[in-house]
Design a protein around this ligand. Structure first.
Ligand SMILES: N[C@@H](CCC[C@H](N)C(=O)O)C(=O)O
Length: 260
C-alpha cells in the first residue's frame, strides 16, 4: 500500500506527518512506524504523526515516538502538525486542536513556518537531588550542567532515563546551561532513546524549572538555544502555577514523498 507522507522539522526535531483525515485511525502498525522513522532503513525521524478529523476540534494529533510506540505530548510535533494542517487547508491563522494531553490553541505566522503553541498549565515541580522533575505534557527531568557543549548527553541522559526511579515509565532528560541572555539546552528523549536536536515539552519544562529556581514571578519570556535552532517560551508564574504557557518556534516543511 502506497503511503503519502510529509517530512517536517521544528528546530531540528523532525517528524513524518500523514494526512489521515479521510478515514478514522482504527489501528496502526507499530513496527511499520518504527521502520519509517529509522534513519538507515526508513525516511528518518524522531517521531511520526497522523492528523485525523475530530467533531469538536479543527483536527486531532496522534503522536508516535521513533520506537513506534504511542508517545505522550510532543511540543515541537504539535507546532509542526499545526503548520501541516495549514498546508492542507484545514486551518488558517489560528486553531484549536486535540492532542493526547487535551486541547491546544495555536497561532501561525503569515508564511506558515513559525508557530506559537499553547501548552498545558503546570502546578507541580518536584526535586530529584539537585534536578527538577515535572510534566509539561510529557515527563521531564531538568539538570544544570556546565560546559554543556562538550558534555556527553547520550551516556548521562540514558543513565538517568534507565535508573531505577525512571526505567519503567521512562523520562526525557534535559541538561541546561544558563548563559545570561539565553538558556542552552540539550535533551535525551525517551522513545527516541537518543539525543535529539530539540524537544518542545523539554524546553518548556526547563524554562519553568529555571523560573522556580530563580523565584521569578510575573510574565516570563525565556530565549532558548538548542542544537537545531532557537525557541522562545513565555508564561505567567504566580509562584505556584504556570499558566498562559506558549512554546514558540519554527515549523518547516522539508519534503513530501511516497513510500511504495
Ligand atoms: N520531542 C518532543 C517530546 C516527545 C515526547 C517524548 N519523546 C515522550 O513520549 O516522552 C517534544 O518536542 O516535546
Amino acid at each position: 500500500m502506497k503511503i503519502n507522507f510529509f517530512k517536517y522539522q521544528g528546530a531540528g526535531n523532525d517528524f513524518i506527518l500523514i494526512d489521515h483525515t479521510m478515514s478514522p485511525l482504527k489501528n496502526f502498525d507499530n513496527n511499520l512506524i518504527e521502520q519509517l522513522c529509522h534513519r538507515r532503513f526508513g525516511i528518518g525521524a524522531d517521531g511520526l504523526m497522523f492528523v485525523t478529523k475530530h467533531e469538536d476540534y479543527d483536527f486531532e494529533m496522534h503522536y508516535f515516538n521513533a520506537d513506534g510506540k504511542l508517545g505522550s505530548m510532543c511540543g515541537n510535533g504539535g507546532r509542526c502538525i499545526v503548520a501541516f494542517a495549514k498546508h492542507l487547508g484545514i486551518i488558517d491563522k489560528e486553531t484549536n486542536f486535540l492532542a493526547v494531553d487535551g486541547p491546544h490553541y495555536a497561532r501561525i505566522s503569515e508564511n506558515g513556518d513559525w508557530v506559537d503553541l499553547q501548552m498545558i498549565d503546570v502546578d507541580t515541580i518536584t526535586n530529584d537531588g539537585d534536578a527538577f522533575v515535572l510534566n509539561t505534557g510529557s515527563p521531564h527531568y531538568v539538570a544544570f550542567q556546565s560546559d554543556l557543549k562538550d558534555f556527553d548527553v547520550f551516556t548521562n541522559g540514558k543513565n538517568i532515563r534507565y535508573n531505577s526511579t525512571y526505567t519503567e515509565k521512562g523520562i526525557n532528560v534535559n541538561f541546561v546551561e544558563d548563559n545570561g541572555d539565553h538558556l542552552f539546552v540539550r535533551t535525551y528523549e525517551r522513545g527516541v532513546e537518543d539525543e535529539t536536536y530539540a524537544c518542545g515539552t523539554g524546553v518548556t519544562a526547563v524554562a519553568m524549572a529555571m523560573a522556580k529556581y530563580k523565584n521569578q514571578i510575573g510574565h516570563i519570556n525565556t530565549d532558548i538555544k538548542v542544537l537545531g535552532g532557537d525557541i522562545k517560551i513565555e508564561f505567567d508564574y504566580n509562584g505556584h502555577k504556570f499558566t498562559n504557557v506558549f512554546l514558540c518556534g519554527p515549523a518547516k516543511l522539508v519534503f513530501e514523498g511516497d513510500v511504495a
